[in-house]
Design a protein around this ligand. Structure first.
Ligand code: HEM
Length: 400
């Protein structure tokens, strides 16, 4: 692999993410590539380089989705990222980012998350009840998806009957990248959320969206576009990644029976185990995009002004310069340091909720089943066709 000229990445970037990530990182921790979607970006795969980029304001998020879509669809095409999505936190720089993030953080507090614990446990138990006594279970459909979807939609106040439609749009948006199909799903989601916000204004409920509608009545009120943008990142961020934590963690444990036995024997290891699942099968391959506001030299590489830059959290989390024996699952590894929740001003706002959901999901699963066996053949394991997400499409288990 040479370091000059963009390297065109194929399907194996997604299907064989760890070995391709390692090859890229070992050859050049920052280099130009063409993503499988055809998008040229500067890809960052080294740990220190990833942190440096995520913390450097010369890598901007301002209106980056618009820019990327314009580039992907041609300059004349109108971007599907209308005003409604312009205020997405991952599309903003300070000071707008700071103001909006503060408003959301005020509602989405540690206390809010803690107050959800009994409900998350109840949802996990209901899902596990339905899995009892079956010969085989497809984990994503039965547990890994419905758990975080129910948590985040209940929290925000999305009616239960809309879950299926809502989930389908979300998948198309996340997996579709900069395609017209993804644009259409984005518009539908925006239309849906407009009606939902209007309904919450009219008739507020006991949910986060209703609180956000009325948040900052003292003059700092969120506009409709801001509300919609915030709802989208919370809703999509809220389950598309957590599902991968659950399925990726179960896969890692099933491949490492010694670690599974250790976790069963000492449940106090659960919090460090969750951090290790996040590092070992990182739920996001790539960060959201950034672009350089000026020519930037970083780790000896010169990126011209206006270059799109993406960080591979997945590759950075297996950088041997930072983590000893990075491919090994070790649930006793000292906590901290992994980049699964990002780094810098866009650090995941939902990390406390994701961690709690993870602890409950794995805790309840181990309580219920003494024996967890993967029935899916290794060659049948497919990863979602997405450069954003590192998530299994399906995982069939026998649970006893
Ligand atoms: C941002 C990962 C769960 C809401 C991020 C980022 C990452 C991430 C890597 C930074 C992206 C970037 O800098 O480009 C994860 C993972 C999760 C998870 C791995 C689960 C295991 C959640 C949940 C929520 C959430 C449950 C909401 C309830 C957000 C929001 C942002 C974000 C709002 C944007 C923050 C900002 O731009 O200031 N997440 N996330 N995430 N996440 Fe999460």
């Amino acid at each position: 692999m040479t370091t000059t000229g963009p390297l065109v990445l194929g399907d194996d970037f997604v299907q064989d993410a760890h070995s391709v990530g390692a090859k890229l990182r070992d050859s050049a921790p920052i280099r130009p590539v063409v993503l499988p979607s055809g998008m040229p970006v500067w890809l960052v795969t080294g740990y220190e380089e990833a942190r440096a980029v995520a913390a450097d304001p010369r890598f901007s998020s301002h209106r980056v989705y618009d820019r990327m879509h314009r580039m992907a669809l041609g300059d004349d095409e109108e971007s599907p990222f209308s005003e409604d999505f312009a205020m997405n936190l991952l599309n903003l720089d300070p000071p707008d980012h700071t103001r909006l993030r503060k408003l959301v953080a005020r509602t989405f507090t540690g206390r809010t998350v803690e107050s959800l614990r009994p409900r998350v446990e109840q949802i996990a138990d209901e899902l596990l009840d339905a899995m009892m006594g079956r010969d085989s279970v497809e984990l994503l459909e039965s547990y890994a998806y419905p758990l975080p979807i129910r948590v985040i939609t209940e929290l925000l106040g999305v009616p239960f009957e809309d879950h299926d439609e809502f989930t389908a749009w979300s998948k198309t948006m996340v997996d579709g990248g900069a395609t017209e199909e993804a644009g259409a799903a984005t518009m539908r989601m925006a239309g849906y959320l407009h009606s939902l916000v209007a309904a919450k204004r009219e008739n507020p409920g006991d949910d986060l969206l209703s609180q956000l509608v009325h948040e900052g009545e003292d003059g700092e009120r969120l506009s409709s576009s801001e509300l919609i943008a915030v709802s989208v990142v919370l809703l999509i961020g809220g389950f598309e990644t957590t599902v991968n934590l659950i399925s990726g963690g179960v896969l890692s444990l099933s491949r490492n029976p010694g670690q599974l036995a250790l976790l069963r024997a000492d449940r106090s290891l659960m919090p460090t185990a969750i951090e290790e699942f996040l590092r070992h099968e990182t739920p996001n391959i790539l960060s959201s995009p950034r672009y350089t506001t000026e020519e930037v030299e970083i780790a000896g590489v010169v990126i011209p002004a206006g270059g799109f830059v993406m960080v591979s959290w997945l590759a950075a989390n297996r950088d041997p310069a930072r983590f000893a024996a990075p491919d090994r699952l070790d649930i006793t590894r000292p906590r901290g340091g992994h980049l699964a929740f990002g780094h810098g001003i866009h650090f995941c706002l939902g990390a406390p909720l994701a961690r709690m959901e993870g602890e409950i999901a794995f805790g309840r699963l181990l309580d219920r089943f003494a024996d967890i066996e993967v029935l899916s053949a290794v060659e049948d394991l497919r990863w979602r066709d997405s450069t954003a997400m590192h998530g299994l499409e399906s995982l069939v288990l026998r649970l006893r």
